[in-house]
Design a protein around this ligand. Structure first.
Ligand code: ATP
Ligand code: CA
Ligand code: CA
Ligand code: CA
Length: 164
């Protein structure tokens, strides 16, 4: 099975409930999580200062027959169902779901950049990712563990999200 990893983040409202609902809603749209990282707490990076801390997690999903464009559409639907309002870039949001990795796929066009271009720079992605894969290798062969230490602080605050 192609390894497909999604990053989840929330820094508004009941953040933990939102992350879990995101997992459940993704499944209801055919994007079923098969594993979750622990839940991590991270200070917001970029965007307005003084925004609340994020909770973040990374999930491994089985996209079934869906391709990356279709999963991106599902992500948009789930973000909308959870009440995300598109506002200031990197501003507070109820939920943000990104495609981090899709097996060895490399893609960069107007709709999608995979791997996610900033994934290796962000502790809030790298730390949960390491829960699922202790030695991730990017499609270009670079090992995440050999790249510069990512920015930001992250600490684990809860067990993995429930997967169906
Ligand atoms: P960042 O990309 O730095 O994490 P963000 O998640 O806040 O920022 P959004 O406003 O959520 O950015 O997304 C803007 C657009 O990014 C989406 O509409 C989508 O088309 C595009 N996009 C490109 N690559 C990806 C990806 N790998 N996963 C999710 N969206 C992506
Ligand atoms: Ca993001
Ligand atoms: Ca996003
Ligand atoms: Ca690996």
């Amino acid at each position: 099975m192609t390894e497909v990893l999604l990053g989840l983040g929330s820094n508004l409202g009941d953040r933990l409930a939102t992350l879990q609902r995101a997992v459940d809603l993704l499944a209801s749209h055919g994007v079923c999580a098969v594993a979750s990282s622990r839940v991590w707490s991270t200070a917001a990076l970029g965007g307005p200062s003084d925004q609340p801390e994020f909770l973040n997690a990374v999930i491994r999903v089985d996209p079934g027959e869906l391709g990356a464009d279709e999963v991106l559409s599902v992500i948009g639907a789930v973000e909308a169902e959870l009440g995300r309002v598109r506002d200031e870039r990197w501003g507070p949001r109820t939920v943000d779901i990104d495609i981090l990795l899709w097996g060895d796929l490399v893609r960069d066009d107007a709709r999608l950049t995979i791997p996610h271009p900033r994934l290796h720079e962000r502790a809030f992605v790298v730390m949960p990712l390491l829960d699922l894969d202790p030695d991730p290798v990017l499609p270009d062969g670079r090992r995440l563990l050999e790249l510069p230490v990512p920015r930001g602080e992250a600490r684990p605050v809860g067990p993995p999200l429930a997967v169906p």
